[in-house]
Design a protein around this ligand. Sequence first.
Ligand code: B4P
Length: 190
Amino acid sequence: MKNIILFGPPGSGKGTQAAKLVKKYNLLHISTGDLFRYELGNNTELGQLAKSYMDKGALVPDEVTVAMLKKKVEMNPDVNGYIFDGYPRTVNQAVHLDYLLKGKKQKVSGLIALDVDDEEIVKRLLRRGETSGRADDKDEKVIRQRIKVYEKETSPVFDYYDLNKKSTKVDGIGSLNQIFNRLCEVIDKV
Ligand code: B4P
């Protein structure tokens, strides 16, 4: 059983690589960003709440995100493992994830952080914003705010798992296949 956290700043390629990795390792892909966008697409109360934070480049409050993630994991008990994409984004979310997995007699196998510099992120997200319809990808100010939030609130999650030597950095610049191969090398060892 492998439970992988795919980590990194917004636009570092987590969603892109997770889609490839789940096929190779037969894992369940859980993207909290996708879950919020699904709710938004269905115009639910949760979707509207999430939108009010996402559009500003802020994190959706932990109590909302933690409950949503728990529900998704509990709905899918019979899997080979999970790829968590965009979760945890705070140390508090990480503590809840460890607790949730412990209840299933499992643990996080490893966290892999995609390393991409800020200017490349801004370029990628503005490019995606031209076609994605995502409000949070259209405005450079919002993108830079997301990067700031990542540095302040999310990057400590790397150190949290590094305390148990579970965190690894991978170069997130290159072709999709080059990055995929780098990730597989790490996953094969955890
Ligand atoms: P997410 O949906 O997680 O979005 P992301 O960080 O923008 O995406 P990702 O890193 O997956 O980038 P991608 O592969 O698509 O979050 C959106 C928002 O939801 C957050 O800001 C927050 O408000 C909220 N949220 C989500 N989870 C939360 C949580 N746990 N707690 C609180 N709030 C939460 O790649 C980006 C672009 O780069 C794509 O266009 C792709 O084609 C391109 N790309 C990828 N790899 C490339 C490469 N190697 N070279 C060139 N381009 C590449």
